[in-house]
Design a protein around this ligand. Structure first.
Ligand SMILES: CC(C)(COP(=O)(O)OP(=O)(O)OC[C@H]1O[C@@H](n2cnc3c(N)ncnc32)[C@H](O)[C@@H]1OP(=O)(O)O)[C@@H](O)C(=O)NCCC(=O)NCCS
Length: 174
């Protein structure tokens, strides 16, 4: 069955947080319990300006998710990313950004064009000038996917407090 894309409002995203985190767990290969410990993080995102979410559904089963919001100063991720950039780079990319927070496709459906369709639908509906995101700074499927979609490397080797992993900040003009 070909998944159907559905734009969600805040209430729909809130109602399906556990499904979102299950897709995240499967796509990122982390334990479901660890993924579900991120409930509070998603709950905080529900309050953000310009929140947009697109779910991919096979019947009622969530098989892919993309969501993000209009980020700005005072928010933890935004401030960390801004601090890692030269002010002139930040002025271009972070003055009016749509921040892609999660984009995940269940493994059996990866490589079928679903990630691209989700991201296109997510970004089509925002009036922001740029899109930005972080992804692990390694040659993953996601890195190849974003490169193919025209995303540019803005910062490499970024680390967040309390997390030993290294991230890349990527940007796309909208
Ligand atoms: C990253 C992810 C969302 C991409 O979604 P996807 O459905 O697998 O990717 P798509 O099939 O839409 O790929 C679109 C294009 O990206 C490129 N691409 C995707 N995977 C690629 C790979 N492994 N190598 C090279 N190019 C790739 C191709 O150009 C592809 O276009 P094509 O099918 O016409 O060749 C998905 O693989 C995923 O959930 N991965 C695990 C979780 C993750 O890393 N999420 C992102 C965290 S920031």
């Amino acid at each position: 069955m070909i998944p159907v894309l559905q734009e969600w409002g805040r209430a729909q995203l809130a109602a399906r947080v556990d499904d979102v985190l299950d897709v995240y767990a499967e796509a990122m290969d982390v334990a479901r319990s660890a993924a579900r410990s991120r409930r509070a993080v998603v709950a905080a995102h529900l309050e953000r300006d310009g929140l947009r979410a697109v779910g991919a559904l096979d019947g009622d089963r969530l098989v892919g998710i993309a969501y993000g919001y209009r980020g700005g100063p005072g928010q933890w991720w935004h401030d960390q990313v801004r601090a890692a950039m030269d002010p002139s780079l930040a002025a271009i990319w972070l003055d009016d950004p749509f921040e892609v927070c999660e984009l995940h496709v269940r493994p059996p459906l990866q490589g079928t064009g679903l990630g691209r369709d989700l991201l296109t639908a997510l970004l089509e509906g925002t009036a922001a000038r740029t899109a930005v995101l972080t992804t692990p700074d390694r040659e993953t499927r996601a890195r190849a996917f974003y490169r193919a979609g025209g995303w540019t490397d803005l910062v490499l080797g970024l680390t967040f407090p309390g997390d030993p992993r290294s991230f890349a900040v990527l940007g796309l003009p909208l």
